[in-house]
Design a protein around this ligand. Structure first.
Ligand code: NAI
Length: 505
């Protein structure tokens, strides 16, 4: 079937946040678009919102007045569902309610031609369930846009049990023609993004719950070392804890309470207290007038070591060697297992265990674990976790070393896998399970996480850079520390670690 031609009419049902945005995207691509909403005046309001957004773009010089007028000329509101009969593709974006969605699609089947493609923008309802009461469930697929639809590139094309592959392919090709980055996914709870993103919030909440570091420090480390655009707590505050917690709970229940997705008591407390985030003026942070923004824990200046001994290859942290030399510190290389000796300090990239357990097991003196960075050269902050046996001189020497490389240093408590490492390994673990369970391809899960939630790298590609045996070791370290099934390693990581460690080129 291929891409729908721009002469094909697109209908959008529901003119709220998502529907209005989707209608704008389709009209921008050149289609005639019909916008319908059941609430009186809602379609006009949706259209007015689109016009307002376009006016701003014209003011900022991002769009010509001619383009604006052309786009709005293709967008028309209709007052009855019957009026969408000419549409070749109908995208439903009404309230998140299975019964109402089934009713709408049931009516559409009697209104539209048999070969009309039906799509739902649902973010959490099974496409199989929506299709189950239809006469032609093979014509239905998910077309899941992200908010704001005109800006976010990702579209998850969701196939239910009955969805015709040609229908999914047409939606995919059409989304690509609209300038989006589509991915294919089977209809499983959370699809790709809302499933694979869970550990981004969950691991930060675990570190907080265990007193590993405070909210502002965790956010700072995730951004400044991990390269994520927002910290997990800032992002939860923005999404709203009621919404974020509801997604977590629904995914947890949908996977039959798999401990991988276990919700957080800390977040539940916030919801109970009405601290829903920015929208209520308070979440993890206080957004009230005059409220002081919490600042991350940052170590006082310490002196740089004159010399560092690098024992063995540092793997994903190897770039540190060049940075140390550039900082004018003498580097001596010796055989070993990937350790940095700086005076009394022995530094090692976290391997998923408590640094305390590692120091005890290997008889290491002055052990200080450091966290994963997306790019050690660009990172502006690094987290350090001293083992309980490590004395203050070794901690100061470690701080001095990273400060000499131009980094701020956050000392955190000795939590297994620290902050960035455990987060990235658990994101990759969930991504690998989605691939292993035939939900999506390895390429698509990486596209989805980069285009749907702005991750700086796809989790599988990131895991390849860390090294799959190392990722497997971090997860084993987490299992050893917690004894929880939550951290079990995906069979696909186990398998790929034995065979070159590549998910995709
Ligand atoms: P919204 O509340 O802003 O808009 C929903 C609109 O649907 C309202 O204008 C309402 O009057 C209309 N409506 C309700 N029942 C209707 C019916 N039977 N027929 C026609 N119109 C009807 O909701 P929003 O946020 O736009 O969400 C819509 C859908 O998109 C939901 O399924 C949601 O899960 C999904 N979604 C939402 C995202 C978001 O960030 N808000 C992101 C991705 C998907």
């Amino acid at each position: 079937m291929g891409t729908l031609q721009t002469s094909t009419t697109i209908a959008v049902i529901g003119a709220g946040t998502m529907g209005a945005g989707i209608a704008q995207v389709a009209a921008a691509a050149g289609h005639p678009v019909l916008l319908y909403d059941a609430a009186a005046g809602a379609a006009e309001k949706g259209l007015a919102n689109v016009a307002k957004g376009l006016d701003r773009q014209v003011e900022r010089g991002k769009m010509s007045a001619g383009e604006r007028n052309g786009l709005l000329g293709r967008l028309r509101t209709v007052t009855s569902l019957e009026h969408v009969a000419p549409a070749g593709l109908v995208i439903e974006a009404i309230v998140e309610n299975l019964e109402l969605k089934r009713q709408v699609f049931g009516q559409l089947e009697t209104i539209c031609a048999e070969d009309t493609i039906l799509a739902t923008n649902t973010s959490s309802i099974s496409v199989t369930a929506v299709g189950a009461t239809l006469k032609r469930p093979h014509r239905l697929a998910g077309m899941h846009f992200f908010n704001p639809a005109p800006v976010m590139k990702l579209v998850e094309v969701v196939s239910g049990l009955a969805t015709d592959q040609a229908v999914a392919d047409t939606i995919y090709d059409t989304a690509a023609a609209w300038g989006k980055s589509p991915v294919h996914t089977r209809s499983t709870p959370g699809f790709i993004v809302n499933r694979v993103a869970r550990p981004f919030y969950a691991e930060a909440l675990r570190v907080l719950q265990e007193g590993g570091a405070d909210v502002a420090t965790i956010d700072a480390v995730v951004k400044e070392s991990g390269g994520f655009r927002m910290g997990p707590f800032e992002l939860m505050d923005l999404i709203g804890h009621d919404v974020n917690s509801a997604v977590t709970c629904s995914v947890f229940d949908a996977y039959f309470q798999d401990p991988r997705f276990q919700p957080s008591l800390i977040q539940q407390e916030l919801v109970t207290a009405g601290r829903l985030g920015r929208k209520s003026g308070r979440g993890f942070y206080d957004y009230g007038q005059g409220a002081k923004r919490d600042t991350p824990a940052t170590a006082e200046p310490a002196s740089a070591p004159g010399q560092v001994t690098v024992r063995g290859p540092l793997g994903v942290a190897e770039a540190l060697v060049g940075l140390i030399q550039e900082a004018g510190i003498e580097v001596i290389r010796e055989e070993g297992e990937g350790l940095l000796q700086a005076g009394p300090a022995l530094l090692a990239l976290t391997d998923g265990r408590h640094a305390t357990a590692r120091a005890a097991d290997a008889g290491l003196q002055g052990l200080v674990a450091f966290d994963l960075a997306l790019d050690y050269a660009k990172a502006t902050r690094i987290a350090l976790a001293p083992a309980d046996q490590t004395g203050p001189e070794a901690v100061r020497a470690s701080v001095g070393l990273f400060q000499a490389l131009g980094k701020q240093v956050s000392i955190i408590d000795d939590v297994p896998g620290m902050v960035v490492m455990r987060t990235v390994c658990m994101l990759a673990n969930e991504a690998a399970d989605a691939v292993n369970q035939q939900v999506c391809s390895a390429e698509d899960v990486d596209i989805a996480m980069q285009c749907g939630v702005n991750y700086p790298r796809g989790p599988l590609s990131w895991a390849q850079t860390i090294g799959l045996p190392e990722v497997q070791a971090v997860l084993a370290g987490l299992v050893a520390s917690y004894g929880e099934d939550r951290y079990r390693c995906s069979p696909l990581i186990v398998r790929k670690a034995c065979a070159g460690g590549i998910f995709h080129a």
